[in-house]
Design a protein around this ligand. Structure first.
Ligand SMILES: *Cc1c(COP(=O)(O)O)cnc(C)c1O
Length: 385
């Protein structure tokens, strides 16, 4: 079956890869240089321009970026890092990786982002960083978070995995905080299969991350490979293996060029859903604040108490009728690792617990046609009436 077949399964988030990406990958394969090299440099330069950031450093994932930011800040055992429980597990897992303790702060029921009013009371003298997440692509109120960060002298590490195109009060996501981490995972708005980027505003942080992302080595292979260059290197610290390959960057270069066009399509799909699903027992995404740009990564609906069936059955029905879906997210305090280690109860984070139990993400990708989105809408209406 092809995607144009009437009954073909509608995938939740198919990537949109064109001939340009394919040709660039082939060119890389023929070039004789596969790992971090000229294509990665080109992708970094273009990404830094796009996000209006001082430095952009390509990585093999967003998770790597979050980990490197914490490592660069020397966060470790005994330290605390504030984040939201309503995120992908990677956001908190990296805090565990460095031996620190994640401190969850509940979300705002309207934006589904970390509730800025609750952050101050979660700060202690052990708090070493705050990791806000731009849920679904909706930018956090960065002005408010910066104020807290400046007043309490606690750096911000943005998890912008959903928010490559985001703008918070007229400033590009990636240009604001000390560290911002992006994901190019297969389902993300800009995808390279696996991949990520960290943007950094000061030169020292950038240099530190550059070294830490490749074993702590003073010179990477591409630099050692240029004629006349010193083939030896020093190891400054036991760094990580987090570099991006030129094969990934080849895809990224063209995905970045198409990002705006893809975002326009994502906005159209959002509008179709907003319009088509408005009279159902669902809470739809709230309007975007003036001066912000939502990256339209996820369209999630919350089933209300008036819905005729439970979420699990709703998802089963969608699947049975050929519509893919996903849950973003099961709140982290409900996963066994976090629950057992810290003894969390659902009522510790009432909003995240409630939203987490009701949320369903519908298919969203620039690869989906109007006919497919209409079929999703008709299917949802059919199940809920
Ligand atoms: C996808 C995702 C990540 C992890 O991205 P990777 O590139 O797969 O490491 C982190 N945070 C959030 C919110 C995500 O959705």
């Amino acid at each position: 079956m092809t995607s144009t077949d009437k009954k073909a399964f509608i995938n939740f988030s198919p990537p949109l890869i064109g001939e340009e990406e394919i040709q660039e990958v082939v060119d890389t394969l023929r070039s004789g240089w596969l790992t971090t090299g000229p294509k990665t440099s080109c992708f970094e330069e273009n990404f830094s321009k796009y996000t209006e950031s001082k430095h952009a450093l390509a990585l093999n994932s967003c998770t790597a970026g979050l980990h490197l930011a914490l490592a660069a800040l020397k966060v470790g055992p005994g330290d605390e890092v504030i984040t939201t429980p309503f995120t992908f597990c990677a956001t908190a897992n990296v805090i565990e990786h460095v031996g620190a303790r994640p401190i969850f702060v509940d979300i705002n029921p309207d934006t589904l982002n970390i509730n800025k009013e609750l952050i101050n009371s979660a700060i202690t003298d052990r708090t070493r960083a705050i990791i806000p997440v731009h849920y679904a692509g909706r930018p956090c109120d960065m002005k408010a978070l910066e104020n807290i960060s400046a007043k309490r002298e606690i750096p911000l590490i943005e998890d912008a995995a959903h928010c490559t195109e985001g703008i918070s009060q007229d400033r590009k996501i990636g240009s604001i905080s000390r560290f911002t981490c992006f994901s190019f995972y297969a389902t993300k708005n800009l995808c390279t299969g696996e991949g990520g980027m960290i943007t950094v505003q000061n030169d020292e942080d950038a240099e530190l991350i550059r070294v830490l992302r490749l074993h702590g080595m003073s010179r990477d292979a591409w630099k050692r490979n240029t004629p006349g260059a010193d083939v030896l290197y020093d190891v400054h610290s036991p760094g990580f293996k987090y570099n991006m390959t030129d094969i990934q960057a080849a895809i990224g270069i063209h995905q970045l060029k198409k990002l705006h066009k893809h975002l326009k399509r994502r906005e159209e799909i959002f509008e179709m859903y907003d319009h088509g699903l408005k009279d159902l027992p669902l809470v739809l995404p709230s309007p975007v604040k003036e001066g912000d740009r939502h990256a339209r990564h996820i369209y999630n609906v919350l089933l209300t108490d008036e819905a005729p069936l439970k979420r699990a059955d709703f998802i089963k029905e969608l699947t049975a009728r050929g519509v893919g879906s996903a849950v973003h997210f099961t709140a982290l305090h409900q996963f066994s690792y976090y629950q057992e280690k810290y003894g969390y109860k659902p009522e510790d984070y009432p909003v995240a617990s409630d939203v987490s139990a009701r949320t369903v993400s519908l298919p969203l990708s620039p690869a989906l046609t109007d006919a497919q989105i209409e079929r999703v809408i008709e299917t949802v209406i059919d199940i809920l009436s």
